[in-house]
Each structure stands twice: as C-alpha cells, then as structure tokens.
Design a protein. Structure first.
Length: 444
C-alpha cells in the first residue's frame, strides 16, 4: 500500500500572499499538505534547538578550554567522549519502531533542553563532559526521529527537498549560537550564559505536544502488525531486538555499503568540523565577533545550499549527488586548513556546503533504503556507527598531534579518507523518485 499523503488539505503556497508566492525560491516550493508542512516545521524546530547546543561547543571551545583548565592535548579525547554520547541513542531508535516516533521525540527535546541548562553550572571538565555526553545522546535521538518523520510523511518526488529544507531550518540553531557567541566576552558568566539561554526551548514544548502528529506510515504499520505478530515495544529483549535482526538478515549488502560510506565520511570529516572555529581563533587570531560574522554570512549561504542539495538529489539522483559532495568535501577541508586571508571564508563556505549536502542526501537515503517496520532501527544503527567513526576520527587526530604533527595538517591527512566513499556508493540502489514500498517492501 502506498501511503504518500495526497489529501484535500490546502497547501502552503496557495495560502501565501500573491507577492510572496511570486518570489523565485518560494514559487519553487512543492505542493504539500498542511499536515506535511506542519510536520516539517515542528521536527525541524526540534532539531534547531539541538543544533544550537551542539554549535556552542565548537564555537566556545577555546573559552571553555581556558575556563575549565583543560590541557590542549586532551581536547580531541574529550571531544571524542562527548561524541560517543550518541551511542545510547540507538536504544531509543529501537524503541521508536515499537512505541512510535512522536512520544520519543518530544521526550528527547525535554531532556536535552534541561541538560543544556545544567551544562552552564558545570564546575569542572569532568562534569561538563558528562552533561554534554547526555545532551549529545538526546540530540541524536531527535535527529534520527526527525529524519524518519520526513521520509515517512513526504511524497517520493520531494523527499530529498524535504530533507534539505529540514536541514536548513535546523541549521538556524547554529546561526543563533553564532550570533550570540559574538557577545561571549561581554555577557555575564561568558560561555555559561549561552548554555543557560538554551532553557528557552521549554516554552515550546506545549506546541510540540499539541500539534505534532504521529507518522501515517507508522500508524498503518502498527495496525497491520497488531493482527499478525506481537508488538516489539514490550516483551523479552530478543523480541525487542527483532527489527535489528530483520534488518541485518534482509538487507546486509545495503547496510554494509551505507555503513562503509558513513565510516569514511566521519573519519575524514569529523575532526575538520569539530575544530573549524578553533582553527580561526588560534591559527589566524580571529575574534569571537569575526567568527559570528562568518557564520552569519558565508554560513548563511551554505545553509541555503542544503535545500539546493536536497532538490538536486531529487533531480540527478541520490547517488550522483552524494558522490559529488563527498569528493568536493576533502578538497575544501585541505584548502581551508591551509588557506589564508580572504580565501578562508570562501573555503569555509564550501566546506560547510559540501558537508551539509552530503549529510542531507545520506540522511534521505538512510531512511529510504529500509522498510517502515525497522526504519528507525536502521537510522539508529547508522547513527551509532557514525558516532563510533566520528569519535575515532578525533582520537586518531589526537594521536597524530601527539606524534608532532600540526593539528591542522593532521586534519588534512584525515580528509583524504573521504575519497574512498564513491566506491561504496556504487553498491547502493538509486532511491530518488521511487516510492518507499518499491525501494524496500515489507518482508514478514
């Protein structure tokens, strides 16, 4: 059964004022139902709040390092520990295929918001890392479920656009963090004040509870499953792990190929994305206000590019788009970490655009390649693998630095691993423009 939504509900473009609907980027909006627009807005808003917190760590790393007396040689190791916070998110992804997407997403937003506020009170590096480990766990849960919402609710022809639009809106959280970071040296309590501001998301919880619907596909799948087999939400551990066992047994080649792409994508790129604001402050003497200006100019253009990435993947195909972004990314990384002067903003924008583009298209493929009954499980498994490989990237970076390499040269070396990824893209089927049931039918 095809559950792509085609109801009589009005679409957003039709409801816009004529002068606004004529703008080029608005006129190109797909004809979605009000439910689909609402779902996009609400899940992207949840991810936006999470991206604010994650961006703070990267932006304020030099200030946090100084305030908590963290040795420079330990930064990569502590960053790797925080990144490993995404590992437990896999357990929540398993639960989402039994309990539903909506309840877990709202609960995860509540948890990481409270933990963000608590981070402001961390008296030492150990507690700071512990709190950020937990924040990362719940932010990852939101990211996993948000992607599942988009894939399950959007029509086949615009799923790539949906992932791009979601990523663009979510990235606004990073822009907000960058804007406030310009004030880090004048705000009372410095970087701690930025984390306290994250508590403002608590005021949005009633909106998610009242307006966010469960996905149509999950409700339909649960109704079918209830008549054929026991639910995986309860029962012994082996029964709850059933979606994972089905995933490995049914689609081993897809899982292996996608896992290999994610491995080299994170090994080659995570250290570069972790240190990019620190590089500008330490290697080039940039001030916080200059970092903020960069994020709000070149960064703004790169974020808009995420919508372009999604739409491009709908047109030329996910595989071609992914290969293009993953080949371009190491070139921008090496250029940025060896660049000077006015080239830095341009290279940084290219790095951000290629990274976001690859993330958008891989996120779409990740949801499309597997059936509804274990789509969240697959997303959780790949997120777990991304976490391990991303943490490994920082650990390898730390070892290279301890051997005497420059931190920036070590990042350039790791970036070369990204050039391996196109080989594994060839092993995956094209998913653009195909219904989810055609790509990955349910197999009971």
């Amino acid at each position: 059964m095809n559950h792509d939504l085609t109801t009589d509900e009005s679409t957003l473009p039709a409801a816009l004022p004529p002068w606004l609907a004529r703008l080029p980027w608005v006129a190109a909006l797909p004809a979605l139902t009000q439910r689909q627009w609402r779902t996009l807005g609400l899940v992207a808003l949840a991810a936006l709040v999470g991206s604010y917190d994650l961006a703070l760590l990267q932006l304020a790393l030099p200030q946090i390092e100084q305030s908590l007396a963290i040795p420079a040689t330990q930064l990569s190791d502590l960053g790797a520990i925080i990144k490993l916070g995404s590992l437990p998110a896999f357990g929540f992804a398993l639960a989402a295929d039994g309990w539903g997407r909506r309840r877990l997403l709202i609960g995860a937003v509540l948890c990481f918001t409270l933990l963000t506020g608590a981070t402001a009170l961390a008296p030492n590096a150990a507690l700071f890392v512990t709190l950020q480990f937990l924040v990362r766990m719940f932010v990852t849960v939101v990211a996993i479920l948000a992607g599942v919402f988009i894939v399950e609710e959007f029509p086949a022809q615009v799923r790539g656009w949906g992932m791009g639009a979601y990523s663009a809106i979510a990235s606004v959280g990073g822009g907000m963090a960058a804007l406030l970071f310009a004030l880090v040296e004048v705000l009372p309590f410095g970087w701690r004040a930025l984390y306290l501001l994250g508590l403002g998301a608590l005021g949005l919880l009633p909106l998610w509870r009242a307006a966010l619907p469960e996905t149509t596909r999950f409700l339909a799948q649960q109704a079918t499953q209830a008549t054929t087999q026991p639910t995986t939400a309860t029962g012994p551990l082996l029964l709850r792990l059933q979606p994972l066992r089905q995933l490995i047994h049914t689609y081993p080649r897809r899982l292996l190929a996608l896992g290999s792409i994610i491995l080299f994508f994170n090994l080659g790129g995570d250290a570069a994305l972790f240190y990019d604001p620190t590089y500008l402050q330490q290697a080039h003497g940039w001030q916080p206000w200059q970092i903020s200006l960069l994020n709000l100019s070149a960064g703004f253009m790169a974020v808009l590019g995420s919508v372009t990435a999604g739409r491009m993947s709908d047109g030329v195909g996910r595989k071609r788009a992914t290969a293009l972004f993953l080949v371009a990314m190491p070139l921008f990384i090496i250029g940025y970490y060896n660049g000077v002067g006015w080239l830095l903003p341009l290279l940084w924008a290219g790095l951000l655009f290629s990274s976001i583009g690859a993330t958008v298209v891989l996120g779409a493929m990740n949801g499309e390649l597997f059936p509804t009954s274990y789509r969240a499980t697959a997303a959780g498994a790949t997120a777990l693998w991304a976490t391990l490989s991303g943490a490994l990237s920082l650990l390898i970076h730390g070892r290279l630095v301890s051997l005497g390499y420059s931190p920036w040269f070590a990042i350039s070396l790791l970036a070369l691993l990204l050039l391996v990824t196109p080989l594994f893209i060839l092993l995956l089927p094209e998913t653009s423009g195909r219904t989810l049931e055609e790509i990955a039918p349910e197999r009971v």
